[in-house]
Write a protein that binds this ligand. Structure first.
Ligand SMILES: [Zn+2]
Ligand SMILES: [Zn+2]
Length: 414
């Protein structure tokens, strides 16, 4: 659809399309002319990263800016969450009319020791903005600033600054704290930067966009003993070796070949010497899927297989299977709208045709379970991967991201 869209726009721009394009260009020019203080702000947030539910400085900074620009600001949602509300026209004072739009940014950092060597590197040892949430927060603030001064819209804008995306499910905690009852929205959108996609290029995916992520800890218990007398033991290392191979059959033989499933054993620990058979081995694995039905297959088959496989060798397997974030399921209508806005705001050459879903996870999934919307991707250029100690958000992405957000608001709340 992306290719057709771009050709259609190039082929026969209607008057409406021309006007839309000009409006987007005006927004882009204004934001670009004012971007320097926001780059400084992004670097300031980068320098002072905070872990899940501890985003006190970041949250205070966001609230202060929004207040300065005339937003109604509510703090303390799910602890450090902030919502800035801006009403115009029929959404204005006393008015409850007009549409309501939510835009969400995440504020938390990761327990990683930064290795970028940048002048604005983290001053908090062992904590780092390695996922670009400093950039997401700043891009939404950049749009907030533009919209407060020049925003041409009618309705209610809810800017949602969320804690604890990386761990702790801050999105669900905000929803539990009455987010959508206190700040009603007809649709909600979010945006994540993506390394190795051209800087500022937008990616839209309809349907499953990111995977569910569950974890299992498996403890294989046997009977330890001397490495020279294996017949007197139940060797959990041999059992684990068989189990790891057998687990590969869950995706290969239980999941529909047309669906996506991942089972990755990422950790195995057992034993301490070449000539000693240990009593137990611990495995840790991650299980991912796009469709809830596949997620359920993995949840059933991984523990069943682990127990049966262990038993077949005279060992036992204790399985602790923990459900994490569900899959990000983008709504079709909102995604088509987001793509249309991207084409006019950024230009057809900056909208990635055929952008593919990602097998990482995102707690924005919970917001999309509660309200219609879409989770989008914006290229971070040639950068280190997310969660790498050498990663940094690309400041060149701030202006296009803020331009896109601003235009999305003006179009949705037209
Ligand atoms: Zn992350
Ligand atoms: Zn992230």
């Amino acid at each position: 659809m992306g290719v057709d869209d771009s050709q259609a726009l190039q082929r026969a721009p209607s008057l409406a399309q021309t006007l839309a394009r000009e409006a987007s260009e005006r927004i882009g020019a204004r934001i670009a002319a004012d971007i320097e203080p926001f780059i400084a702000l992004r670097r300031d947030i980068h320098r002072h990263p905070e872990l899940a539910f501890q985003e006190h400085r970041t949250s205070a900074l966001v609230a202060e800016r929004l207040r300065d620009w005339g937003y109604e600001v509510t703090t303390g949602i799910a602890g450090t969450g902030v919502v800035g509300t801006l009403r115009r026209g029929s959404g204005g004072a006393g008015g409850s009319g007009g549409k309501r739009l939510g835009l969400r940014a995440d504020m938390d950092a990761l327990p990683i020791t930064e290795a970028t060597g940048l002048p604005y590197a983290s001053v908090h040892g062992g904590v780092m903005h390695a996922c670009g949430h400093d950039g997401h927060t700043t891009a939404l603030l950049t749009a907030a600033h533009y919209l407060a001064r020049h925003g041409d819209f009618d309705g209610t804008l809810q800017l949602i600054f969320q804690p604890a995306e990386e761990m702790g499910g801050g999105a669900q905690r905000m929803i539990d704290d009455g987010l959508f009852e206190r700040f009603p929205v007809d649709a909600v959108f979010g945006l994540h930067n993506w390394p190795c996609v051209s800087a500022g290029h937008l990616g839209c995916v309809s349907g499953p966009a990111m995977a569910s992520v569950d974890q299992a800890q498996i403890i294989v218990r046997g009977k330890g003993g001397h490495g020279a007398q294996p017949h007197e033991t139940v060797d959990p290392i041999v059992v684990s070796a068989q189990l790891i191979s057998a687990l590969q059959t869950v995706v290969a033989r239980n999941v529909d070949p047309l669906d996506m499933g991942v089972v990755t054993v990422g950790s195995i620990h057992g034993g301490f010497a070449a000539n000693v058979i240990p009593d137990s081995v611990e495995l840790q694995l991650t299980a991912r899927a796009f469709r809830p039905e596949v997620r359920e297959v993995l949840r059933q088959r991984v523990p069943a297989l682990a127990r049966a496989q262990a038993e077949s060798f005279g060992a036992t397997a204790e399985v602790n299977y923990r459900l994490g974030y569900p899959a990000v399921l983008n709504h079709e209508g909102e995604t088509a709208f987001a793509r249309e806005v991207a084409l006019e705001a950024l230009g057809a050459d900056k909208v990635e045709a055929g952008f593919r879903p990602r097998t990482a996870s995102e707690d924005f999934a919970y917001m999309l379970q509660a309200r219609p919307g879409s989770y989008l991707f914006i290229g971070n250029g040639d950068s280190a991967p997310l969660h790498s100690p050498r990663y940094d958000f690309n400041d060149a992405v701030l202006a296009p991201a803020a331009t896109y957000w601003s235009r999305l608001v003006e179009r949705y709340l037209a």
